[in-house]
Design a binder for this molecule. Sequence first.
Ligand code: ADP
Ligand code: ZN
Length: 616
Amino acid sequence: MPASAKSLHLNQALKRYFGHDSFRPLQKEIIDETIAGRDVFALLPTGGGKSLCYQLPAIVDKGLTVIISPLIALMKDQVDGLEANGIHATYLNSSLNKTDAKQRYAKLFSGEYKILYVAPERLMLSGFLQDLKQWNVCRFAVDEAHCISEWGHDFRPEYRQLSKLRNFFPDTPFMALTATATERVRNDIVLQLRLKNPKSFVASFNRPNLTYRIETKQAVFRQILNFIQTKPFESGIVYCYSRKATEQLADRLSQNGIEALPYHGGMTPKKRAENQEAFIRDECKVMCATIAFGMGIDKPNVRYVIHQDLPKNIEGYYQETGRGGRDGLPSDCILFFSPGDVAKQLQFIAEIKYIKERDVAKDQLRQMVHYAESKECRRKVLLGYFSEEWTDGNCGNCDNCMQPKESFDGTLPAQKFMSCIFRVGQVSNFGVGINHIVDILLGSKNEKVRKWGHDRLSTYSIGQEHKRKEWQAFGRELIRDGYIDQNAENFGTLSLTSKGRQALRDRSSIELTRPSVIPEKAPRVTASTGNIDCDETLFATLRSLRKEIADEQGVPAYIIFSDVSLREMARDFPVNEDQLSEISGVGIKKLEAYGETFIEAIKEHLQSNPDVERFD
Ligand code: ADP
Ligand code: ZN
C-alpha cells in the first residue's frame, strides 16, 4: 500500500474504532515505525496516549498483539474499553477461574483476538511461550517498561524475565512504552529487552491542560473543602503525608457531605481495591491517599490533584499531578505549602542513617522547596527538572504566570536578617533556627531570647516594620538565594554563606519578593477555567445517563463515553447519527450501542429548553 493510502487507512481506523479525529504528538510516528516492523522505544507523559500506540497497530495488522503489563487490576477495564470500541481483546492472569481461562485459550488458538494482555510472570509459566508461538503474534508491547530497570523507582524482578522473550521471537517487532525514564533507565530498557536498533521517541513532558498553583497552607482543611465545593460533580485526588491523615481527611470531608474515601498501604488489599474501584466508578468523588495510590490509575477524568502536604521530591510530585486530566481537559494541581512542612521533613531526613541517602533526600527536598517558593513559571521549573527547556515565556496556566509576584529592593531587611545571624554567632557558640532570628528581630521576650541574652543584641527589635510571616518569608528567600545556609542535620540552624558574608560587608543590593497580603480568613482557591464551554445542565443529564448505562454493564463510566465526548455533545447538540459521529470519541461501535439513547436525551433537552444558548 502506498504511504498516503496507509495514512488514510490509519486515520480512518482512528475515527472508526476510537472516535478520535487526530493523533496526539508522536502517536502517528510511533505507529508508523512499529507497523513498518521496527522496534520502538516510546517515552510519553501520562495522558500522552500510549495505549493507542499499540492498540491501533493491533487493529490494522494481521495477527495477535501481546501487551505485557504489570497492572493486573487494570487489565479487565482495558479489555472492556477495547470491546466497547468493537475490538476483540482478552487477558490472561491469575484472577481467572479454570473454565474461563480455558475458553480464552481456545479462542487464542483459533485466532479470534487482536489483543492479549498478560502479566510478565505468565510468560514464564511452563509451556506458555510454546503456546504463544502458535498464536500468530505480530507484535509485543511492553507497557510500564521502566519496571525492567533496577535503576528506576519501580523495579519489578518479574520484568527481568522478559529478556528471554527475544530468544523465542527474534523477528517479531517489540515496543517498549513508559512515562518515567531517566537517560540511564532508558538505556537499560533497550538493553534488557534487547531491542534491535530501536527508533526512540521522547515526547515533551509538558502537560498544557494542567494548572499548577501553590497556596499558603493555613487552615488547610477549610481550604481543601472550599475548593472541592466548587467542583461538586468532579473527581479528584488529595495526597497526604501520612496514613492517618488520609483517614482523617476522608472522614471530615464525608461529614461535610462529600463522598470521600481513604487509600494507603496500611489497609488490607481488599479494602484498598474496593476503595479504588469506587473511585474509578465515580461512586466516591475524592480519594484521600498516600503516594501508594495512583500507579496505573487509568481514570481519565480526574479533575484535580491536591497535595495537602509537601511532596518529598519533584519527580513524585510530577507523577502524582500527572494523574489529573488525562483526557486533556483543564485540571487543577494545587499544592498547600507551609514552611512548617519543610522543617518537619528536615527532621525526618536528619534521621536517615546513610550520609549518601541523606544528602540525596536533602537535595530533593531543596528542589521541591525551590519549586514551591519560586517566582518563576511553575512549568518552567518542572520541565527544567527533566532537562527540558521551556522557551515559550509566560505559560498562562500557572499561578506565577497568571498573578506574577512583585519584587522590591529588599536590601534593608536582608541586611537586618543577616546581621542578626552574625550577631548571634558572636555571642553564642550554637546555631539558631529561622524562628529564633525572627523572634529577635521582632523584639520577642520569650524565654530563649532572654536566657541566651539575645535581647541585648544590637539587632534586637529592629524589625518592627514587618510581620512575623513576612520575616519568615524573607529568611527563606535568602536561604534559597544562597545567602544563608540552613543545616538539615542540626535542627535547621542558620549560618551565613560566603555569599551572605560578602553581601553583608559590601551592602550589596538584594531583591526580595514583596510579601503577599495574607488574608485573615482562609483564602478561597478558585478553580481553573478554559473548559470546553457547553450547556452544563445537559452535560449533567448526559453524565447521569452515562452512569446508568455503566452501572448496568458493570464498567467504569469513562468506558461508555469520556467527559470530552459528553461536553462536546452538550456544546454541539447532535440530533442524528451523522452529527453524533462528528463528536470526538464516538466511533462506529459506540454510535451503534448508545447513539439512539444519547440523541434522544439531547432532543428532549432541546424540546424542553427551546432557547438554549449556542456555543460556537
Ligand atoms: P497514557 O497511558 O499515556 O497515560 P492513555 O493511553 O490512557 O494515556 O490515554 C489517555 C487519554 O487520552 C485516554 O482517555 C484516551 O482515550 C485519550 N486519547 C489517546 N489518544 C487520543 C487521540 N489521538 N485523540 C484524542 N484522545 C486521545
Ligand atoms: Zn507558568
